[in-house]
Structure formats: structure tokens, C-alpha cells
Design a protein around this ligand. Structure first.
Ligand code: SF4
Length: 290
């Protein structure tokens, strides 16, 4: 396993920062074409709570995002245009091509990252992504969360794990770097099930991983279940015990982009330990020797 920082330094020769972009896309799991209401943990912000807001152009959003970290990042840093909110490929191929081209022509941008669902990667979308991957490194983030179709049904993911396996194959064929999102602590999941998820992704050939603890946000279905005591949320030590086991299953060159997520503080209800970001980062650094 290697950390994202090391991977970016080795690949780009310097530190990389993300410029988060919100674009005009929704999610098939919200607009009724696959489901309504979204995954039980997903808030109205659509997994992109930190992306810039305000209907600005891609270029304006990137400039603003770079401006915010430029002093800290220094002259040598590079930037990744990060299409984070909702399902970034749930749009027409033309629209996708336009936003990717605009992002990749912005000053400072050296790579593009697109967060999406495996069932939003039709042939024309893959062609657009393939052309983008020829221009500069392309990361595609897939929200798998679990390989158990049973859990997936419970969390209202609305696609089968087989679709993830197909998507990874197709993305690797066009030269994309695949990052898989996995949630530990989903309702009803045992540690064995969580490790099965990791093994499934490793066997599929996922290049990178983003792990997160299940967290409860306001106004989600999960909030209701949590208030009814139907969901248990992992304690910090318990969660990182699981991450440690997961990391042991990864190949040497797999990149861990995230050891845990932290929900937007304003609407985060649990787990409380994720609120103290500095403490969590220190803990991760100590525990994983980073
Ligand atoms: S697929 Fe992503 S954006 Fe859509 S409901 Fe689920 S978590 Fe939210």
C-alpha cells in the first residue's frame, strides 16, 4: 500500500491538491430513473458537500479553489480538477466533453478526477473519458461501498456489484485510474463481509481506495434509522482495526487516497469522533506509520 501523497509525488513530481467543482448533474438514484431518495446515507448535497457552489463556470470554480490553497500549496504544487458532486457522468457525452476540456485547459490543472456510479458509464461516455485520459491522467472514482448485493439493496444503492466489475474493466481499458469508495460499518455487515468487499475490489483491479466510516448526516434515511437505534456506528478504534485489516489485503502498489472521511460538520450527527479532524489525522499517522 502506498499513500496518496507519495503516489502523487512519484507520479507528478510534486504535491497535488484538488480543486473541487460542482456541475449541473444529478444522480439516477435520486431522479427516479434508478431510484428515488438516493443512498440512505447521502444528503441533499449528493456526496459533494465540499464542492464549490453558485453556478459558476468550471474555470471560475477552479480559479477560486486554487486561489484558496495557493499560498499553502506553494509554487511547485499541481492541481487535480475534481468533479465531485452527485454523479458526474450522468449527463450527455457532449456536456461531459465540454466540462472536461474546460477543466483540463485551466492553468495549473495536471489531472482530472471524476466521481460517478458504475451504471453511468455507457459507451459514448467511455469514449469521452478515453479521449480525456489521452490528454492527462484521469482518475475515475466509483462509489461501490460494499460488494454485498444484499447490503446494497438495504442502502438503496440501486445497482449490482457485477456492474462495478464491468465498469472497472472498461475504465482500465481506456487508461483510467480507478479509485473505489468503500464504507465500513454499513448496517448488518460483519467484518468478513467488509473484507470480502476489499477482496472483490482488489481482484477487479482497482488502483486506489477511499475508505470511510459510515457517518450519519441530517435529513437522510440513515438519520431516521439511527434515531430508532437500528444502526450502530463504529467507534474510532473499532473502525481503524477494520481499516488495518483491509490495508493488509491490498497489493503493494495500491494507493490509499483516504483512510476515513469526515462529513460536513454542520449536518454531521455521528460518529462524533470524526469531528476532531486533527486528532483523527494524528491517530492515522501514528497508527499507520505515515
Ligand atoms: S449514488 Fe452517490 S450521489 Fe447518488 S444517491 Fe448514492 S451517494 Fe448520493
Amino acid at each position: 500500500m502506498i499513500t496518496a501523497n507519495r503516489y502523487f509525488r512519484d507520479t507528478f513530481g510534486h504535491k497535488m491538491y484538488k480543486a473541487s467543482i460542482a456541475v449541473n448533474v444529478s444522480c439516477p438514484n435520486r431522479d427516479g430513473s434508478k431510484g428515488t431518495g438516493g443512498c440512505i446515507f447521502c444528503s441533499e448535497g449528493g456526496s459533494g458537500e465540499f464542492a464549490a457552489r453558485g453556478g459558476n463556470s468550471v474555470t471560475e470554480q477552479i480559479r477560486k479553489a486554487i486561489g484558496q490553497v495557493k499560498d499553502k500549496a506553494g509554487k511547485d504544487a499541481g492541481y487535480i480538477a475534481y468533479f465531485q458532486s452527485f454523479t458526474s457522468t450522468y449527463c450527455s457525452p457532449d456536456y461531459l466533453e465540454n466540462i472536461l476540456s474546460e477543466a483540463s485547459s485551466c492553468e495549473g490543472i495536471e489531472a482530472v478526477s471524476v466521481a460517478t456510479r458504475p451504471d453511468c458509464l455507457g459507451p459514448e461516455i467511455l469514449e469521452v473519458l478515453g479521449r480525456q485520459a489521452e490528454k492527462m491522467p484521469l482518475f475515475v472514482e466509483l462509489g461501490l461501498q460494499t460488494s454485498s448485493d444484499e447490503t446494497a439493496e438495504y442502502i438503496n444503492r440501486c445497482y449490482k456489484t457485477d456492474e462495478y466489475l464491468e465498469a472497472v474493466k472498461a475504465l482500465k481499458a481506456i487508461g483510467a485510474n480507478v479509485i473505489t469508495h468503500i464504507i465500513f460499518g454499513l448496517p448488518g455487515e460483519t467484518k468478513d463481509m467488509m473484507m470480502d468487499t476489499v477482496r472483490t475490489c482488489v481482484n477487479a483491479g482497482s488502483d486506489g481506495y477511499k475508505f470511510t466510516c459510515l457517518y450519519v448526516l441530517e435529513n437522510t434515511v440513515l438519520e431516521k434509522l439511527w434515531r430508532e437505534n437500528k444502526v450502530e456506528i463504529l467507534e474510532m478504534e473499532e473502525y481503524f482495526d477494520i481499516v488495518e485489516e483491509a490495508v493488509k489485503l491490498l497489493p503493494e502498489d495500491a494507493v490509499v487516497h483516504r483512510f476515513t472521511g469526515d462529513g460536513p460538520k454542520k449536518i454531521l450527527l455521528a460518529p462524533y469522533w470524526t469531528k476532531n479532524k486533527r486528532q483523527v489525522v494524528n491517530y492515522i499517522n501514528r497508527r499507520f506509520g505515515l
